[in-house]
Structure formats: C-alpha cells, structure tokens
Design a protein around this ligand. Structure first.
Ligand code: FMN
Length: 310
C-alpha cells in the first residue's frame, strides 16, 4: 500500500503537495472547486503586521514560460487574519502554514508573538488553526527591508534568531534565490533553530515597455516564477539539501507530478505549487493523484525510498 505521507518540523503532511503562499489566498476560493483537505498543506497569503495595499501600477506580467509579479505583499494584516480567517482554518484537515513577512526585525518578532499567542489560546481550549510559521525573508518587491534580509546571511540570521525566541510553533524559513549564498544562509537558519527551509521564492527580473522606454513595473524589477525558474530551484534545493539536516519544502515552476518527484529526488520533503495554480486551479489534487499513480507503477511504497537519492 503506497503511502505519500511525511513529517516536516514535526507536522504531519498526508502527501507532499502544498500550495504556495500568494497563489492560494487563504484557501476558501479553491475550496469551491475541490476538497482542499486532499492536499498535504496550504501556505496562506503573506501577512504583515499592518495591512498592506501592495504596489501601485502593473502587478503581473506574463512571460513565455512563467510570470513576473510585483504584488508588493498586499494583505489584510495579521490581526484581521487571526480574527476572520482562522475560524475557517480550524475546520481544515491539512497542514496550515502562516506565511509571515515584515519590513524590520521588530515587525517579524511582534507578528510571530501575535500568531503564537493566538494559537496558544486556541490550543488551551482544545482547538488549533496554525501548524507552522513560514518566515518570508525574501520578498523581492517590498522596498524597505524585505530584500536585505533575504540577501545577506547575517541579517537573515538575526531575523531568525529573534523570531525563534518569539515562537514555540514550528518555524520554517523561506529563502530567496537572490541570496548572496543560499547554502550558507540555509545552514545559518538551521543553526539559529529553524525547523525547516522552504525555497525558492521568485527570482528578480525585469520587463521594459519599449514604447514608453521604461520598466512596466513601478518598482523597476519584479519577481519571476513559473516553469522558467524550475531548473534553478531544483539545483538550489539539491545544494541546500547537501548541507542541512532540517527538512526542505521545495518549490519553483512545478507543473507536473514528475516535477514533484524530481524535487523529492533532489532532497525536498514536500513541495509547493505556486504559479501553476493560476493556470490550473485543480493542480493540487491532480498532482496528488499523479504521484500515487507513479508510486504504484514504480512499486514504491514510501517517498523515503527516493528522497535525496542524488
Ligand atoms: C502572485 C504571487 C504572489 C506571491 N506572494 C508571496 C507571498 O506573499 N509570500 C511568499 O513567501 N511568497 C510569495 N510568492 C512566491 C511563491 O510562493 C513561490 O515561492 C514562487 O512563486 C515560486 O514558485 P512557483 O514557480 O511555483 O510559482 C508569490 C508568488 C506569486 C506568483
């Protein structure tokens, strides 16, 4: 009997398919299309302490094999999320990941404290709504602060240290492919007490409007995602997997069950699907089916048989 389940940061994932932050809202819209409890997990839209309106102007641009986005972390804020969205998350039977962004260390710390206190109160009453905090130190579209944390190992380290002290919840740190040295950064996150690493976020890119002779994006650059980045993401997951002991959530351009298997062979424990959700909103359940079929064909009983085999 095939078993797709695995554990990340002590949390049970029934299969390796997780929906990536910023591409799945908080799940409600997709739940109208299929039973999202079939997924291994979901990562909600990135949250910041105060609500954010996001970037002005053009926010997304399609490229031949992916997309550029400059959403700028538009979100309703942590307190709104805890009050209005977690009652729905309480009803879900899938791993629930809060994606936490910020402009400075203090923001990250206070955000983590609010989330942890909320969850502690719920759990005292025998309920729960959040399984993991995914620390987004890598958003390339937030001007102040955001990028620096994801690029320099020392600043990333400082954020992780502060947030680790602020939460007892499992902590996964999401890294930027724009990091100076992604392997070193992942290792330092592990040293500072992270329970897992997720990678990669979008890669900094650009699109020029030749008629206007300027970038189509207000912030000049935007984040590239989708199939174009898959080979880079796969290579980074493989490199990081060689140097950390904590589990990895791999992502970047995944569109098929075979892509998922590649990431697991490169060393990921679970994967996340982002941009492809916009092309195929039922991608999650279809890929879970596809992996099961592949395991049956290959006579593989557990994902452990192929994880990190390269
Ligand atoms: C429109 C959009 C919004 C995103 N918002 C977030 C976010 O709020 N927090 C975050 O950590 N990553 C965010 N991401 C990055 C994705 O979660 C993912 O890391 C990236 O897109 C690579 O995966 P993909 O190629 O499968 O899309 C966003 C990506 C897109 C396309």
């Amino acid at each position: 009997m095939q078993n797709m389940a695995c554990k990340v940061a002590g949390v049970h994932f029934k299969n390796p398919i997780v929906m990536a932050s910023g591409t799945f809202g908080f799940g409600k819209e997709y739940a109208k299309l299929y039973d999202i409890n079939r997924l291994g997990g979901i990562s909600g839209k990135g949250l910041t302490l105060a609500p954010k309106a996001g970037n002005p102007g053009v926010r997304v641009w399609e490229t031949p094999s992916g997309m550029l986005n400059s959403v700028g972390l538009e979100n309703p804020g942590i307190e709104y999320f805890l009050k209005e969205e977690t009652p729905y998350w309480e009803t879900l039977d899938t791993a629930r990941i809060v994606n936490l962004g910020g402009g400075c260390i203090e923001d990250y710390r206070i955000g983590a404290e609010l989330i942890t206190a909320h969850e502690k109160r719920l759990r005292e009453g025998g309920r729960c709504s959040i399984d993991i905090i995914e620390l987004n130190i890598s958003c390339p579209n937030v001007k102040e602060g955001g990028i620096a944390y994801g690029v320099q190992t020392e600043t990333a380290r400082a954020v992780v240290r502060e947030v680790r002290q602020a939460t007892s919840l499992p902590l996964v740190v999401k890294l930027s492919p724009n990091a100076e040295n992604i392997v070193e950064m992942a290792y330092m996150c592990e040293v500072e007490g992270a329970d897992g690493i997720s990678l990669i976020n979008t890669i900094s890119g650009m699109k020029i409007d030749t008629r206007l002779r300027k970038s189509v994006f207000h912030n000049l650059y935007a984040g590239l995602s989708g199939p174009a980045i898959k080979p880079i993401a796969l290579r980074m997951v493989h490199q990081v997997a060689q140097h950390v002991k904590i589990p990895i959530m791999g992502m970047g351009g995944i569109t098929t069950a075979n892509d998922v298997i590649e990431f697991i062979m490169a060393g990921a424990s679970v994967i996340q699907i982002g941009t492809y959700n916009f092309m195929n909103p039922r991608a999650g359940e279809q890929m879970a089916d596809g992996i099961l079929k592949w395991m049956e064909q290959e006579k593989i009983v557990s994902m452990d048989e192929i994880r990190g085999i390269l």
